[in-house]
Design a protein around this ligand. Sequence first.
Ligand code: NDP
Length: 345
Amino acid sequence: MVQRWLREQLRQRGKFRRRRIRRVEEERERTQKWFGIHLDQQVRLVVEFVEPFEYQGSCGVSAFVIDGTALADETLREVASRVAACVERRVLPGLAVVLVGEDPASLVYVRNKSRKATQVGIVARDLRLPGDSSTASLLALVSELNADRAVHGILIQLPLPSQIDAQTVLAAVDPAKDVDGFHPDNLGRLMLGIPRFVACTPQGCMLMIERAGTQLDGARALVIGRSTIVGKPMAQLLLQANATVTMAHSRTNDLRALVGMADVVVAAVGRANMVRGEWIAKEATVIDVGMNRGPDGKLCGDVEYDVARQRARAISPVPGGVGPMTIACLMRNVVLSAERTAGLA
Ligand code: NDP
């Protein structure tokens, strides 16, 4: 009898235990689900989608890397569709690239620009003049291109040989075809806040800052370098986006302190790793324009990348940062010029 009673007790307890286990499992299922997504899926989602966009740095994790190559590809796809719209209006966007001499770096740049133009449907015309050409011969070519209705953009590859008066040549380009944005008229318009063409490198930097999700309104921005092709137009664009802008140059005192206070740093100097990573403020956005050869012969920027990456919120690499974006923005300017001809802009 006792045995029967014991068996009954064990059976009941087993039932109870099984019921309890089922209830615990149901509860776990319920709490693990989040908007209908199971826990292991949640983990996958965070790893695959959230982490790349999260800004890190304050917790010792490296910064969001602003992938200039990917953003440039995206920009070029958009340009290609705008080119197609121009073609529908019987306007075939055309770019004339003028190179004087045989500077090896310039030859590479010119080739890259022509290749990218062709890729998006822009007709690229390479024009070469001998290295000993005069200002007058270059001015004659510029005048021909200004008058050519098939040319929507004129690019004079810099630097020009020393015997050529570069300022006179740049000022001779029709401002409506000045896709580099270096003509005094276009630089003046940028300063007035009514740009016709925005210089390609600063334009690319702004797109990268935007891609990083950086809030410029009220931010402290530091531009290192005051050249006409990068530093000065960059500062204007940041100012127009309501940043508080400081410009640094070779005579600036205590660059380290200025870098440490900046929410956004744009480095355009041309000296490998001159901006030390430890100077960068935590949570800063860093855009590295510099293109230098490091002691190991490899391409590198102005910012000490590996250290800066541990502190910044977002950073652009070299190579694969501003370089591809500069070319993509040149194509943007060419298609914009063609759109104006086609009555689309
Ligand atoms: P410039 O030589 O015309 O200008 C360099 C600037 O850096 C100058 O304003 C100079 O000051 C400043 N500078 C020099 N030393 C210091 C220092 N110790 N501290 C602070 N500022 C300093 O160069 P660019 O603007 O043409 O180009 C800058 C870099 O960007 C180069 O590496 C170039 O190759 C690269 N670049 C990259 C592009 C891309 O597409 N990725 C496009 C264009 C440029 P000061 O005026 O007093 O002499």
